[in-house]
Design a protein around this ligand. Structure first.
Ligand code: ARG
Length: 458
């Protein structure tokens, strides 16, 4: 049984049918499709399209189908073009001709967008939770590693000493922003298109607001032409996912780098590494590499949908059917990556002495300039003077900490400071007490703020 055979002669080309069908992937909307139909049937009853007996029949038929979906006993048939036609076909089998009244005033165009939004309304909180678990792990690492010092990097060149905790938390906040974005996407999904029909609205006096609250939407769309083609919510979700992927990738890249023999800051746990089929000594950071790699796929999914949307004439076009695979895939990628990454980060071993050893004296250059500023020298001048000192130390094959007071005095006549106090990571770090700085006190504050974020917006 097809939903649209009336004007057609003959049958579809088998390959064209396959290309057209979306059942392979939109089965994921099964529950939402039935729930939407149950609410729709109730509206049809309220406005007199379905009498009590018909409504009850449809209601019990749909409930039966919902059970079949839940128990995985629903049998798909080759005629099922998409999830909407599958449900209607099954309803016919169960209750007979009355099933034909369900689609009154409705189109698959408003139906599919309604189902899809309902799906995301359910799925996004699960994703937020998975991100939260990972953030929780980052906070735990920050608490655990609070005493460890390391160099920060700019341009991948050693910059200034920081706490390892501060470094861990630098990956917490991007994820926090990802969550805020997902909440906004949830709001977008909360607008119900049902009642828009195929393009123009419906001629049956459905009370759309009532329908919306019954289905758990927070509002209704205001223009039927827009409503059946609006996929902003899907594009937004893909953007949220892609950016989250980029954030996870950035962390992963650094773990990969820091786990090399050259850095030696971290060691990967065996449970989250793999070996080489050829080189017996290898232990590879696959989890982190795959996370980095999948960020590329996530970006591709976003770009794909955006490109599809770009040239579309209003309103519904079949191109829009491509939206679902992209969203499902993006969701699945993050849901697969996040829990593993959470455990992999928890299992990383840290080598404090390697982290500390990477803090060579040159990373205190800014602290030296700050010391000169505190002695009344303008920062620009102090910057140049310390730059000169760096040059002298390089030319003489020494570290900047080895310059003598006389050498400093040659550079800055009359200066009399104890430069040796500067060359301690702990001292350098302890001066960065500003909110968001790396001083232990500031990082502890940061941890409490992060923990509050985890408490709120659960
Ligand atoms: N399977 C379709 C989709 O996912 C449902 C809507 C079909 N609408 C239509 N007019 N053919 O977009």
């Amino acid at each position: 049984m097809s939903l649209w055979g009336g004007r057609f002669q003959g049958t579809s080309d088998a390959d064209a049918w396959k290309l057209n069908a979306s059942i392979d992937f939109d089965q994921r909307l099964a529950k939402q499709d039935v729930t939407g139909s149950i609410a729709w049937a109730q509206q049809l009853h309220e406005i007199g399209i379905l009498n009590m007996v018909e409504y009850k029949d449809i209601h019990s038929g749909l409930t039966h189908i919902l059970n079949e979906f839940e128990n995985l006993t629903f049998q798909y048939q080759p005629v099922d073009e998409d999830i909407h036609s599958a449900v209607e076909r099954r309803l016919y089998e169960i209750i007979g001709a009355t099933a034909g009244k369900l689609h009154t005033g409705r189109s698959r165009n408003d139906q599919v967008s309604t189902d899809f939004r309902l799906w995301l309304l359910e799925a996004i909180p699960g994703l937020i939770n998975a991100i939260r678990q990972f953030q929780m792990q980052l906070v735990k690492r920050a608490e655990q590693d609070i005493d460890l010092v390391m160099p920060s990097y700019t341009h991948l060149q050693r910059a200034q000493p920081v706490l390892l905790s501060h470094w861990w938390l630098s990956f917490f906040w991007p994820l926090e922003r990802d969550i805020q974005r997902l909440f906004f996407t949830l709001q977008e999904c909360g607008s119900m298109p049902l009642g828009s029909g195929a393009a123009a609205g419906t001629s049956f006096p459905i009370i759309r607001n009532e329908l919306a609250s019954q289905l758990g939407f927070t509002g209704i769309s205001q223009n039927s032409l827009d409503a059946v083609s609006d996929r902003d919510f899907a594009a937004q979700f893909l953007f949220d996912a892609a950016l989250c992927g980029v954030h996870l990738s950035k962390l992963s890249e650094q773990v990969v780098l820091f786990s090399t023999a050259e850095f030696g800051f971290f060691a990967l746990d065996d449970a989250f590494s793999t070996g080489s089929s050829l080189m017996p000594q290898k232990k590879n950071p696959d989890v982190f590499e795959l996370t980095r790699g999948k960020a590329g796929n996530l970006l591709g999914l976003l770009t794909g949908l955006m490109t599809t949307l770009k040239g579309l004439p209003s309103t519904y076009d079949k191109d829009l059917q491509e939206d679902k695979q992209a969203v499902f895939q993006a969701f699945d990628i993050l849901m697969a990556v996040l829990p593993v990454l959470t455990k992999a980060v928890a299992s990383l071993s840290v080598f404090p002495e390697k982290l500390r050893a990477a803090i060579d004296p040159s990373v205190f250059a800014t602290d030296l300039a700050d010391l000169l500023v505190k002695a009344g020298i303008p920062f620009r001048e102090a910057h140049t003077l310390v730059g000169n000192a760096v040059k002298i130390s390089l030319e003489s094959g020494r570290g900047i900490h080895q310059l003598t007071l006389t050498e400093w005095q040659n550079l800055i006549p009359g200066i009399d400071l104890d430069f040796s106090t500067v060359f301690s990571p702990e001292v350098s770090i302890s001066t960065k007490t500003v909110v968001g700085g790396t001083a232990p006190q500031a990082v502890l504050e940061q941890i409490s703020t992060a923990r509050r974020c985890l408490q709120e917006l659960k």
